[in-house]
Design a protein around this ligand. Structure first.
Ligand code: UD1
Length: 373
């Protein structure tokens, strides 16, 4: 792979969990203007103020250099729209490298587009596997990793997964967890924010809940069991429920919104910005979620994380961190263990230290040095 300075590098972001992954990398690359010219490509997969724009403001990112405006749709529609729009851009002004992050539809779509035009691709957060191919993100991860030239991994299990799939070691570089760079960059703001006050709850005396996986919310039955379990738990401890648009639509469609509102202590709110959300999490007694990234943030913050899923692509958060996979019918028991102080204490995985973007910059400079030698 050849990179010549200043290398135009596209940083692709489409959905909420992508913005916190590109922010530290954009800053680290921008600080080395002699070598790199990073450009933000926003696909428009997420477009609501509180799912997208808020994060640009909070992380002090400039307006995206390129905005594809694809919006919502079925998987095929969304993927096809990103591919079509990104191809036009790559044909007009090809980057030297396309960096895709995470596992959303935009990640896979831009990786496919760039590779079909023979442009180099790097995948940040490579190698994670849930081994559950009913999960759309698993398909995105497998396809992206199969075609990307550079696989930047967060943890040893990711390296092992890739090696088992026959990926040659020279494509894999363990750089650590980029989300923790973002966490460290915003630590002071998070510590001084007391968002819980707005919900009338006390520190360490409430839980935070987020929910959006299709397997939990798209059918009435699983969503109803979750609503029942959460309502019961809220009798013991208040729950702050930050509702993703997908979940809000489903709760209304299935007529479950009122059931949850009847819970004595369920506080509803829109999805939060980054600092507000992490302020809520870091002061909470526990988090109930089906998100990927939150399993990692709670591990670093040492907050019990109850993941409402049958599997996780982030097993290190269970083996080393504070995470456990749960079902609606085990939620009450988990809450008892937390209230009795019996939840496990976690440790922070190696290289989840705030220096992942610095390691990526070093790697890219090595490639430049090799290219110009
Ligand atoms: C997507 C990602 C998921 C990620 C999640 C974080 C895929 C396959 N899934 O799921 O991995 O964890 O983002 O949120 O890429 N909507 C809005 N406003 C928006 C965006 C979406 O109202 O700004 C609504 C629309 O009704 C849309 C639905 O949410 O149809 C789902 O959005 P979509 O991007 O398809 O998937 P997510 O569930 O958000």
């Amino acid at each position: 792979m050849i990179l010549s300075p200043p290398a135009v590098i596209h940083l692709v972001a489409g959905a909420r969990p992508n913005f916190m992954k590109i922010a530290p990398l954009y800053k680290a690359l921008s600080a080395e203007a002699e070598y790199f010219c990073p450009q933000i490509v926003h696909t428009g997969q997420h477009y609501d103020l509180n799912m997208s724009e808020t994060f640009f403001r909070e992380f002090q990112l400039p307006e995206p250099d390129l905005y594809l405006g694809v919006g919502s749709g079925s998987h095929a529609q969304q993927t096809a729209k990103v591919i079509t729009a990104y191809e036009e851009i790559c044909l007009r002004q090809p980057p030297q490298l396309t960096v895709v992050v995470g596992d959303v539809n935009s990640t896979m779509a831009c990786a496919i587009t760039a590779k079909k035009l023979n442009l180099p691709v790097a995948h940040l957060e490579a190698g994670l596997r849930s081994y559950d191919r009913t999960m759309p993100e698993e398909i995105n991860r497998v396809i992206t990793d199969t075609i990307a030239d550079i696989l930047w991994t967060p943890s040893p299990d990711a390296d092992d997964n890739l090696k088992r799939e026959g990926v040659s070691e020279n494509r894999i570089r363990r750089v650590g967890n980029i989300m923790i760079d973002t966490l460290r960059m915003n630590e002071t703001a998070i510590e001084s924010r007391k968002k819980y006050l707005e919900f009338g709850v006390e520190p360490k005396r409430y839980g935070v809940m987020t929910l959006h996986r299709p397997s939990n919310v798209d059918r009435r039955e699983p969503l109803e069991s979750i609503v029942d379990a959460v309502r019961t738990c809220s009798e013991r401890l208040p729950i702050v429920f930050l509702i993703h648009p997908r979940t809000k639509h489903r709760l209304e469609e299935f007529g479950l919104r009122r059931d949850l509102e009847r819970g004595p202590n369920v506080h509803w709110a829109e999805p939060q910005g980054y600092v507000d959300f992490l302020s809520l999490v870091s002061n909470s007694a526990f988090v109930v979620t089906d998100s990927g990234g939150i399993q990692e943030e709670t591990t670093v913050l040492n907050i019990p994380c109850l993941t409402l899923r049958e599997n996780t692509e982030r097993p290190i958060t269970i083996q080393q961190g504070t995470n456990e996979l749960i079902r609606p019918d085990t939620l009450a028991d988990c809450l008892s263990r937390i209230l009795d102080g019996k939840w496990k204490q976690g440790t922070v995985p190696d290289l989840w230290d705030g220096y992942t973007s610095a390691r990526i910059v070093r790697h890219l400079k090595e490639i430049i040095a090799g290219s110009v030698a």
